[in-house]
Design a protein around this ligand. Structure first.
Ligand SMILES: *Cc1c(COP(=O)(O)O)cnc(C)c1O
Length: 361
C-alpha cells in the first residue's frame, strides 16, 4: 500500500493513527458487537460517543460554559443561511467583510433575509489581503459582524480580529478550526464544516453563545433553528453519527498524540514555514498573498507561467503530491496543509519544489 500526500483544500488528509483506529473498530466498537455506523443514535453507547466528542472539543478548544456546541449537517454552506435566519432578528441588519468567495456567498445569503451590508472587501486585489477595519466602520445596531477567518481559496487569515465593540462577531472557521488556539469568548458564533481540519464531510460544528440562541425568523425551517438543536443536544433527528465519531478520534489524536492546540500550532507553523521559506527565496515560485496576512493552512503560489504551473501540477501528481492545482480564480498552485498533513509530506514537497526549480530555470 502506498498513500499519497493530498494537498487538497478539502476534503483533506486524516492522520494515519485516526484511520487505523477507525479500521480497528470498524466491525466491533469496544465489544458492543457492531460498527458505529450501524448503531442507534438513541443508544447508550452512541450517547457516550457524542458526549465524548463534545467534552473533548470543549477541553481542546477551551470553550466557555456559556457556549453551546452543536453537531449539525448541511456543511459550512448551510450556515450562510442559518446565521441570518437565527441572528438577524433584532435590527435586521448585519455587517459583512468580503475576503473571498466564501464570505461573499455568506453575504449574498444574508442579503436574502435582511439588510446585509458589505463593510469592506479585498476584491480589488483578488482577495490577496485582509482589508483593514476599525470600529467606526461597523453599525453599532447590527445584529452581528461576519467574517471568514481563514480564506481557503486565497490563503489569507485574520491574525488580528476586527474591533466590533458590543456587536457579536460571527466567524466561519471551516478551514482553520483546531489548527491553533482560538479565544472563543471573542465570538458570538463560530462554525466549521469538518472536512478540512477535523474529520470527514457531513458534520458541521457550531459553537454559539447561549444568549444568541433566540427566536429565529418565522420562516425558518425547523431543521435550521439553533434553538431546536440546542434543546435536543444535537439529537433532534439522526445526526451524522459516524462523522461525529471520527471527530472524537481526531480530538483524541490532537489531545494525546500532539499534546493540544499550542503544539498543533507549532507543528502547523513548522510545515507552513518550510513552504513559505522556499517561496521567499525562490527565483521561480512566488506566493500570491501579502506576507502579513498569510494563512498557515492554505498556501497559494505561482511561477508566473501557466504552462510551467501545469507542468508542476502534473509532475507533482506523478510523484505522489496530489490535488495541488490552485483555484481557478487564482491559478497556479495551492498547497493546503491542514492538521492531517504530516511534516514528512511537506518536507518531501519542498524538496520536490527545489528540484523542479533547478530543472526549469
Ligand atoms: C470549504 C469551505 C466552506 C464550504 O463548506 P461546505 O461544507 O462544502 O458547505 C465554507 N467556508 C469555508 C471557509 C470553507 O473553506
Amino acid at each position: 500500500m502506498s498513500r499519497v500526500f493530498n494537498f487538497s483544500a478539502g476534503p483533506s488528509m486524516m492522520p494515519e493513527a485516526v484511520l487505523k483506529k477507525a479500521a480497528e473498530q470498524m466491525l466491533d466498537y469496544e465489544g458492543c458487537g457492531q460498527s458505529v455506523m450501524e448503531m442507534s443514535h438513541r443508544s447508550k453507547v452512541y450517547q457516550s460517543i457524542i458526549d465524548g466528542a463534545e467534552s473533548l472539543l470543549r477541553e481542546v478548544m477551551n470553550i466557555p460554559d456559556n457556549y453551546k456546541v452543536l453537531f449539525l449537517q448541511g456543511g459550512g454552506s448551510s450556515q450562510f443561511s442559518m446565521v441570518p435566519l437565527n441572528l438577524m432578528t433584532k435590527s435586521g441588519k448585519a455587517d459583512y467583510i468580503i475576503t473571498g468567495q466564501w464570505a461573499k456567498k455568506a453575504f449574498q445569503e444574508g442579503s436574502r433575509y435582511g439588510k446585509a451590508r458589505a463593510v469592506a472587501s479585498s476584491a480589488d486585489k483578488t482577495f490577496s489581503y485582509i482589508p483593514k477595519t476599525d470600529k467606526s466602520m461597523f453599525d453599532p445596531d447590527a445584529d452581528y459582524v461576519y467574517i471568514c477567518m481563514n480564506n481557503t481559496i486565497y490563503g489569507t487569515v485574520y491574525h488580528t480580529l476586527p474591533e466590533t465593540g458590543s456587536v457579536p462577531l460571527v466567524a466561519d472557521i471551516s478551514s482553520c478550526i483546531l489548527s491553533e488556539p482560538i479565544d472563543v469568548s471573542k465570538f458570538g458564533l463560530l462554525f466549521a464544516g469538518a472536512q478540512k481540519n477535523m474529520g470527514p464531510a457531513g458534520v458541521t460544528v457550531v459553537i454559539i453563545r447561549e444568549d444568541l440562541i433566540g427566536e429565529p425568523m418565522d420562516i425558518t425551517p425547523t431543521m435550521f433553528k439553533y434553538k431546536i438543536h440546542a434543546e435536543n443536544k444535537s439529537l433532534y433527528n439522526t445526526p451524522p453519527c459516524y462523522g461525529i465519531y471520527i471527530i472524537k478520534l481526531m480530538l483524541e489524536w490532537i489531545k494525546n498524540d500532539i499534546g493540544g492546540l499550542e503544539n498543533m500550532k507549532k507543528l502547523n507553523e513548522k510545515k507552513a514555514n518550510l513552504i513559505y521559506d522556499v517561496l521567499d527565496s525562490s527565483n521561480l515560485f512566488k506566493g500570491t498573498v501579502v506576507k502579513e496576512d498569510r494563512s498557515l493552512m492554505n498556501i497559494p503560489f505561482v511561477t508566473g507561467n501557466d504552462e510551467l504551473d501545469a507542468l508542476f501540477v502534473k509532475e507533482a501528481a506523478e510523484n505522489g503530491f496530489v490535488n495541488i492545482k490552485g483555484h481557478r480564480t487564482v491559478g497556479g498552485m495551492r498547497a493546503s496543509v491542514y492538521n492531517g498533513m504530516p511534516l514528512e509530506g511537506v518536507e518531501k514537497l519542498v524538496a520536490f519544489m527545489k528540484k523542479f526549480e533547478e530543472e526549469h530555470s
